[in-house]
Design a protein around this ligand. Sequence first.
Ligand code: ZN
Length: 685
Amino acid sequence: MKNLWNDTEAAATVARYGKNNISEDLALRVYTTRLLGGDPQLVLHGGGNTSVKTRSKDILGEEWDVLCVKGSGWDMSVIEPQGLPAVKLETLLKARNLDALSDEDMVALQRSNLMDPASPNPSVETLLHAFLPHKFVDHTHSTAVLALVDQENSEALIKQVYGTRMGFVPYIPPGFELAKVAGEVYDRDPSVEGLILDKHGIFTFGASAREAYERMINAVTEAENHIAANGVNTFAQRTDLPANPASARDLAPILRGAIAEALGEGHFNRYVSDFRTSDNVLNFINGVDLEDYGLRGVTTPDLTLHVKNWPVILPPCPADGIDAWAEAARAAIHAYMEKYQAYFERCNAADDIERTMLDPMPRMAIVPGLGVFGFGRTAKTASISGDVAEVWMKTVTEAESIGRFHPLSAEELFKLEYWSLEQAKLKSRKILPLTGQVAVVTGGAGAIGAATARLLAETGAHVVVADLDEAAAAAVAKSIGNGSLGVSCDVTDPASVRAAFDAAAEAFGGVDIVISNAGAAWQGEIGTLDDALLRKSFELNFFAHQSVAQNAVRLFKLQQTGGVLLFNTSKQAINPGANFGAYGLPKAATLFLSRQYALEYGKIGVRSSAVNADRIRSGLLSNDMIASRSKARGISESDYMSGNLLKQEVTADHVASAFLSLVMAERTTAGVLTVDGGNIEAALR
Ligand SMILES: [Zn+2]
């Protein structure tokens, strides 16, 4: 492992933070914490922490000995000084005299001794940092070290690799008891440079940030060298894989649908997927003994919080055998749920603690010959599952190469998965109404499309913003954030529409909500209208909607979790305006199209409705058009725009709200929602 310490960068960090009155101790603590946090082979999504013992002044100007230790919720790779809250050290050290301390009391003790009460919660490993006397303490879940400690003979192996330079701490779940035992191991031999925690990770320490960091890099390098010298990173490979496997984007909607948790009455907890494959992944998943080593458990306990204790292993899938595979995959996921439920019931019965079972859905789905799908309620957590899957596979591969991968038992991992502190975190997690759902919005860069995409994202959905103008689509997606995606899409070209839905399946695993919005208006007297122009309008204002709807239904059928299909039809669909036939005729057909889809797909839970909007400032009704039309009628622009029953201008945001309300209206289909401020001639009867 490369030592990334750099004197110039370290000095620059000290100078930069010094301008904001951050001490050298804390600045260097930030510097090496980032070095460690930037390497997924050391630290992955919360699996690690660091500290420095220094002095800090309180509001009264009094100086205290403090432990600045990583705060919960901070990512080590981008940590800032405020991510290392200061806790009064003396009180933490006094706690060492206690015989026992519950997790809740430990958190309370740490919080009540914060120098700044607004700080995040100090790490659950704070006491372990405090009980070690060194100024700088570093802790990681190095994959190479885990390959050594996830062995049956881990203690002997650690002795063989490190001699007496590292202390060995038996497995104890994080908390007070682990801190106390680790402190005792250290006290028995204070000459050690660090501690190896069985089935968990590694601590190193030193008088300076550099010493602690370099001891970490050296210890990890020794573990890597041992693996390289003693291991062959190859599993015996299966020989029955299809020559022409199905693609990830074809399988993702099937899996995503099967993993959606049915809550009854057409409700689902949905997940998005993040597909990963590489030579290392394929070596792991194509092994003949995958069902053995792949189901033994995660490599360090906190990974269970991200991906549970084991993946679901599915059959390989040939490109021409997707239907049969889908049945087998659904059965495998069902079996996974039953296995998870049995695991919960068995482990939960071991004591008197009351726990609520978490969802029984897998977070890693392996398809031999193809790769692994990570799942999460959001794109961010799906990518964490993907990251964890890759690192877990690497560690198991290395552990198997030097011996036999022997992780903690399911019973031990259960204690962490259902740890009271983690259960409390879950309860405070905010779930939005559309969390886990994926929306496609066509014409997504226009006024109405962008407003709708933004509102759906604010309500929790990930959005694929599809627009003819790729750069504009990307800009809208970027401004929405939330992992949303901008794609180029010419809705009049079926191949382009297919590509946009494929992009949604690739990025998120499927689609739940489709807003078929793209359109354009052409004018002309109907009796003399150019035939080509009318046909062109039908291409965009009718056939494109049909193409979008067909793709939506294709994915909805694979997912088997219903779906919402909404069309922007316009007032012209029912209340024709003179010279607007070229626009109104295809829109009328599209209104009927929305009902046809409602009729034919209601039985699979698909809701299809239309929004009739009128007089919205947008690409179809530009500021110039508003100026000329109001002038022609001899009224002001604002009177023209608010020429409705409510006497208020109708904006793209109002149309977006109408789309959202149809998304949320669970028993509404074949409906039409009018957004025009009130126009009695256009009212449906
Ligand atoms: Zn740890």
